[in-house]
Design a binder for this molecule. Structure first.
Ligand code: MG
Length: 158
């Protein structure tokens, strides 16, 4: 049986933090605000995996008012969530993500993000596809206030 889940995340840009997306630190003047390392790519994929398994959401698993998760490595949260759904008999087959950001240019980093995500899930390098696009200058993303990520994950019985 195939199960499909969707995840969405958005974070606000702030100064004084590194920009970490899909476990890759990307040179940029600003990073993302958040309780954890604010890796919106890892967060969206985590929610897609949990959703596909019918296992709730990232906020239930790693509450953002819990000091345990302050500055947490979100790639490790992703791995932990995958372990949880594996324990319920599901395993990720593949996932597809779109990062929506006006800046920086993410094209050069997409391959590394996909490989890092796949490695953390114990999958082959082609299992996770990451795309990027701008919001054509519209809305909060267009104004550079933050970025958003959409993820879809496919799971099968493990
Ligand atoms: Mg988040």
């Amino acid at each position: 049986m195939i199960r499909v889940g969707i995840g969405y995340d958005s974070h606000r840009f702030v100064t004084g933090r590194p920009l970490v997306l899909g476990g890759i630190t990307i040179p940029h003047g600003r990073g993302l605000a958040g309780h954890s390392d604010a890796d919106a790519v890892a967060h969206a994929l985590t929610d897609a995996i949990l959703g596909a398994a019918g296992a709730g959401n990232i906020g239930q698993l790693f509450p953002d008012d819990d000091p345990q998760w302050r500055d947490a490595d979100s790639m490790e949260l992703l791995r932990t969530a995958h372990e949880l759904v594996r324990g319920r008999g599901h395993a990720v087959v593949q996932a597809d993500l779109t990062v929506i950001a006006e800046a920086p240019k993410l094209g050069p980093h997409l391959g590394a993000m996909g490989a890092a995500l796949a490695a953390r899930l114990g999958l082959g390098p082609g299992a996770i596809n990451v795309k990027a696009k701008t919001n054509e200058g519209m809305g909060f993303i267009g104004r550079g206030e933050g970025l958003a990520v959409i993820a879809v994950a496919t799971l099968e019985a493990s």
